[in-house]
Design a protein. Structure first.
Length: 356
């Protein structure tokens, strides 16, 4: 018997109802109209505001949809939820009363009343953040993530005013180069599982993972095997605490000093959307932009770090046109005119095409 038998017993009355014949002997009859169509939305109340959410939608997404921010670190909309950091706790009132739930692991339900700012929710969020900061080095002035760090921002907005911990913090050797580009600072890591999930779920090359257990858990690569992924730079971008940094940007600039413009990566024909960031007329960083139909916020390492060639002193700064067997600098107008002549000549399959 068990669950399968119980499920079948619940289905049998419906099957009998559907296959019942009417007085003419025909199958079905009016009994088919008794099966209601599935609902397309779920009505919930978030911070006093009515919200229509999709069935199965996570509470954290519904809160975001309603304009209510929920602090979080491990949750990322492009990866599976794991509930690692527990920072996104909210208060939910349902048929059984009020309770605190992890919003990144809890789907919406009809009639839920959610509060992200109630006293129990705020105390829980402050408590979790205090624990996350217990061993964090608080080295914001020298951290590349400073100024755009979710941990820094949420420590101010949702954290306790002061720490009760006076014990010595945990220390590791740092930073560790886990690849030619990526550096790991284990003291900053809060074990949010973003980098490891990206490597396994998105990139498909799980070269970075958790090691040890309990208080000794840490992120590491496998022995004698570097983080040689074509998409390793994405782990740096999604890291919420600066535990992973990229060598081309380390100690180069602060986020508030950057000039930026949204553009399209020109490395290949995919056309990934990116934000080009510069400081003092020098390119310092490319960041992925979440465009659903193109790259979903991800960039390959070739597209992300290829800008270093633009800053090279050996880069050609002026057009060069060959004349009398030697290349010489020319104006853009002269170079484009020469290129046009060569293309027109090549169209007629001539063996030699003059540039002047």
């Amino acid at each position: 018997m068990g669950d399968r038998s119980m499920a079948l017993s619940r289905r049998l009355p419906l099957l009998r109802q559907v296959t019942r014949r009417d007085h003419h002997g025909n199958l079905g009859g009016d009994t088919m109209t008794d099966t209601a169509a599935p609902k397309t939305t779920v009505s919930v109340t978030i911070n006093g505001r009515a919200v229509e959410a999709k069935p199965g939608q996570l509470l954290i997404d519904a809160c975001e949809q309603s304009g209510s921010f929920v602090p979080h670190f491990c949750y990322h909309p492009r990866m599976s939820p794991v509930g690692m950091c527990r920072q996104c706790i909210v208060e939910v009132e349902g048929p059984r009363g009020k309770s605190l739930v992890v919003s990144c692991m809890t789907p919406v339900a009809e009639g839920q009343v959610v509060s992200t700012t109630s006293e129990p929710a705020k105390r829980a969020q402050e408590g979790v953040l205090e624990l996350l900061l217990a061993n964090h080095p608080l080295d914001c002035p020298v951290c590349d993530k400073g100024g755009e760090c979710p941990l820094q921002d949420q420590a101010f907005s949702h954290g306790p005013g002061e720490s009760r911990y006076v014990e010595e913090k945990r220390h590791y050797e740092k930073p560790i180069p886990i690849s030619d580009i990526v550096y790991l600072d284990r003291e900053r890591c809060i074990l949010c599982d973003r980098c490891t999930r990206f490597a396994s779920e998105v990139a498909g090359d799980p070269l970075i993972s958790f090691t040890s257990r309990g208080n000794n858990t840490q992120v590491m690569t496998f022995p004698d095997e570097p983080f040689a992924s074509y998409f390793s730079g994405n782990t740096v971008q999604i890291c919420p605490v600066g535990a992973l940094t990229a060598s081309p940007y380390r100690f180069k600039a602060r986020p508030w000093d950057l000039d930026q413009v949204e553009s399209t990566c020109t490395t290949c024909s995919v056309g990934c959307r990116t934000v080009v960031q510069s400081s003092r007329d020098e390119l310092v960083r490319y960041q992925g932009v979440d465009i659903e139909s193109v790259n979903w916020g991800w960039l390959c390492d070739r597209g992300r770090f290829n800008f270093e060639s633009i800053n090279s002193k050996d880069r050609i700064g002026m057009p060069l046109v060959r004349a009398d067997g030697a290349l010489g600098e020319a104006t853009w107008a002269t170079a484009l005119d020469a290129a046009g002549r060569v293309l027109r000549c090549a169209r007629h399959h001539r063996p030699r095409c003059p540039t002047r």
